[in-house]
Each structure stands twice: as C-alpha cells, then as structure tokens.
Ligand binder design. Sequence first.
Ligand code: ADP
Length: 405
Amino acid sequence: MSVDLSASITRQIGGFVRRAEAARDRGALLEGVFFYRIAAGLCRRLVGRSGAAMGEQTHRMRASRYQRLAAGLELAARVQPQTAGAEPWSCAHSESVSSRRQDARRSDDILDTEALRERVKSMVRRSSVSWEDIGGLEEIKEEIQASLALTLAVPPPGVKIPRNQMMLMEGPPGTGKTLLASAVAGHVGATFYDVKTSQLMSRYFGDSERMVSLLFEEARANAPAVIFLDEVDGIASARTGNESGPERRILTTLLSELEGVVDVEDSLPVMVLAATNKPNLLDDALLSRCSRRIRMPLPDRAARAAILRIHIGRAGYDSLVPIEKIAGETQGCSGRDLQQLCLVAVRTMLWRANPQLRDISRTGEQQDQVQHGQNSEAAKDLHAKELTVLPLTQEDFDRALRGAR
Ligand code: ADP
C-alpha cells in the first residue's frame, strides 16, 4: 500500500467533509463551518504538492468550494442562531449547552473565529537560537534533531517512517527545555508554533477548545510543523473528576487532536514537543500518546563547564579563573542558575572597570545638586565612550556565587 502523503491528505479531506455534512444535516451549523474550513485548508495544502493525485486547479476549486460552503453555513448560523433541535457547536465534544445566553454567545463566536485564528498565527515563531547555544545535553539534542529530521523527511512510496510525533520533555525548571524548543524554532524547515498553554485559556465558553483545534488545523495546513506546548500540565493534568467543564473539554480536544498526529501511518508531518516541570500531574491518556519521554537532568560537571563557556566565551567575555573550577563549585545548579551567575559576574566586572557608570547613576539627591547641563554631559560621554571590558576575576565570580547561595 502506498503511504503517499497526498493520498493521506485526500482521505482526511473526505473525512472532514463528511463530518461537515453530518453536522450541517443535524443543524449544528457552526460545527459544519469548522469542518469545512479544515477541509478547505487541507485542499490548499495539496496545491503544488508533487505527486498529488489531482491537478492543482482541482484542489484550488475544491478549496474555494468548501470555503464557500463554510461561509454559507456561517451566514445561516448568524441569521438563525439556533436551529430547532440543533446541537451547539461544542456537541462535537459531547457537552450540551442549555442556557440561552450561551447559545447567543456561540452565534456571535463564529465572528471571532478569525480573531482566534490570528492569535494562533501569532504563535508562529522564528528564533536565532542554535544548537551550539546549548551546553551539554548532547544525546537529547541529537535525539530531537533526528526526530525533527524524520518528521520533515518524505518517505519513498510504501515505506513507513518511525516518527517521534509527540515528545515530552520533563524535568526541573531552568534545565533547557524552552532553549531546546527555541533551537528547533531556529531550524529552517518547519513552521514552529510556540504555545504557552496559558495562551489557550479563555474565559469565553468554547474558545479554548476552538483555539486548540485551530492550532492543529493551522499546523496541518502549514505542515511540516512543530507545535511546542510549554507547561503542558496547565491544560493536561490528570482527570480527577473534580475539574470544571472547560478543563475537561480542552483536554478531550487536545487528546483527540493528538490522536490524529500520532497515528503514524496516516499523519501529516506535524510534531508535538511538550514540556513540563510537573510530569506527575499529567493525564495518563496524554502520557500514553507520547512516543518519547525525555527526562531533563541537572547538568553534570562537564555540562556545567559547557554552559559557563557559552554564557562567558560566546557572549564575548574572558575569564582569568579556569571555567572547570567554577563548574566544580556549582554542583546542583541548573542551566538557568549558571546563566544568572555569569550575568552577575559580568555586571560586577563592568561596574568595576567603568567608573564613569557611577556618574550616570547618581542618587536623586546628588542629581539635584548637579547642574542639568553637567548631568547630560555625563550621559553623552557615556554614549560616546565604549565600555571597558576586562577578564572576569575570582572576585567577580565570588560575588555572583554569594548572591546565588
Ligand atoms: P526550562 O524551559 O527548562 O525551564 P529554559 O530553557 O527556559 O528552562 O532555560 C532558561 C535559561 O537558562 C535559558 O534561556 C538559558 O539562558 C539557560 N540555560 C538553561 N539550560 C541551558 C543549557 N543547557 N545551555 C545553555 N544555557 C542554558
């Protein structure tokens, strides 16, 4: 059997159109709009894809047809907010809504769909972080690079690629999870969605689930894509039965979207990279969808030295103290602690090496005594003169270490 991606997308389009038609037939107009739009997005994905079963023109025509059908349903939903016996949109997630206020809100909501979509689009990020900016974590970097490369790769017909479609990075704060994701974002080949799960939370009924669905819809339409879900525990904590309706619905939506992503044979190249400091809180169903769980360690001595070198050497500074010595004195520190340490040491050195900095940072009382003209002269001098940069000394580090303890 061929695993041609175009064939897979075509199958998915068929599925979404059927769901749109079924929703329309039972009067769930907004749900129909939603699925027609996904189908239209997928048709656009087929345009220009080599090996597509149908011509470009046909894909364009189908995309605009589904778009028109969505617009028609949207209009109908606005004119007739709630067809008799119709299910509200969110019934797709087996929730019923009874209050008229909520129904009215739903009919207005669709007008906001584009606004929500814009919010999702604004999560697309490029980053200048490179793999060389990450100290230590060699095996983890390699594994993520390999997974990313395999996600982007196009398999020959009839060959299945063992993709890591959902990876979870778990470990203490400051150990480089976001940094690794930023390096992925710096990778040229994929659209990168940088999502703090708090950005998906909305106080309006149904918006959070719609954002989750739109996020995956956008990622599919712009595949190959990587979705980074930072602090995933914020929306995927274990179900206790005590959580509110919205929390349950968001998690259910996320799980069903992930289902589509991790179904290896049929999936589009979309990779989900999630991060958490609290893996114990995560929902079992979410964990079962992770094809790989990565435990982020605190850096060992060699990794600490690598991280210190990055935040000193690569930032343009020198040290009179051997880096290995500082690495030996910082056991138990995270990458973030080490970055902070370097920052304070550098600040201490700059303050020591540039007495002119004191002129510009006089206390208010002193400034009152300084003629306005004189003070702005000092500011001008400071701008005109380059800062003196000296190598970092043991004293600079000691001061930073005292602050860190
Ligand atoms: P997490 O997401 O695990 O809480 P971050 O990736 O946000 O931690 O790390 C915070 C900061 O600490 C980073 O911006 C970086 O400056 C520094 N840092 C952490 N780990 C490393 C590392 N392995 N190499 C270089 N810098 C690091």
